[in-house]
Design a protein around this ligand. Sequence first.
Ligand code: ACO
Length: 328
Amino acid sequence: MIRARIAGTGSCMPEKVMTNFDLEKLVDTTNDWIVTRTGIKERRIAAEGEFTSDLATRAAERALEMAGIPASEIDLIVLGTVTGDYPWPSTACIVQNNLGAKNAYAYDLSAACSGFLYGLGCASDFIQSGRGKKVLVIGAETLSRILDWTDRNTCVLFGDGAGAVVLEAAENSETGLLSTHMHSDGSYLDLLYQPGFGTRMMPSVQGVETGAFFLKMQGNEVFKVAVRSLTDISNEALAANNLSAEDIALFIPHQANKRILEATAKRIKMKEEQVYVNVHRYGNTSSATIPVALDEANRAGLLKVDDNVLLSAFGGGFTWASALIRWS
Ligand code: ACO
């Protein structure tokens, strides 16, 4: 049986740090409120002239370097993002050109915070079908560009960043991606979305005046569905692999809010030391949170051969997804 295995991980966070104290100067908020409600202490903000494709390219270069695989050997690039450089063409095509990955075809995938895990699911199917052997999966965002910096309900929660993995085909392998699961429910669209910039509302004075080009979220409603969906998707992944919580060496959930992570971990009976958390340093970087955390954990030596690693995400759409990896 062919499985996809992770041959390399990489990430790239912008240099500029914005702390909660910086935000106190912009909106009516406090460090104490943000830390208590979300666990976030600071986030990274892309520099002027630094775009999603730049962060994605650097993350991909680091993942390729770790894998020891030249860009020319990549068959496919899948990039999860809701903040691409242009409405079209895809940011994945820009990254393909930046990397010189001339033999890859490339596309963007829009699944908000589940974008990276949707990408992993597509890439795993692609490799298992035998269609190709090496895939770059990237999650990259510059959410700071679609935030309303006068809205304290949203601007304190998000940040910019990118993470990437190189997948390669492994024949007859007991390790690698054991399972991926993906779900969607479009009935929740208006709880978390960006009303403008699509063809329903092209750039207009009215759009600017109503703030339609910014991310909109009904936070407390999203919170409830996020905990429920992350719990369900994590249990689904465990059951599909005949595993229980204690079999998991590291659980990397989407880093949206520390309270969501804690509530989910408690429901699936995961101990604090099993859960990877970096939301305090980066906030919610949407599709980038999981590959960035995976790269940090990998480079810190937290992942050993045969460790079971559970990844679970939830995001706008709504979308939710999981991946279970046996590390190699
Ligand atoms: N500083 C101070 N006060 C604030 C701030 C702020 N930054 N933001 C909101 N408040 C106020 C509100 O105005 C409200 O005041 P009121 O009671 O006078 O009306 C009060 O705090 C409570 O607001 P709630 O929204 O009820 O606060 P809650 O405890 O739900 O926390 C939060 C808000 C942090 C947004 C929480 O609901 C949350 O994390 N939701 C999930 C968000 C999320 O994870 N989204 C992303 C998932 S999907 C994806 O990643 C794209």
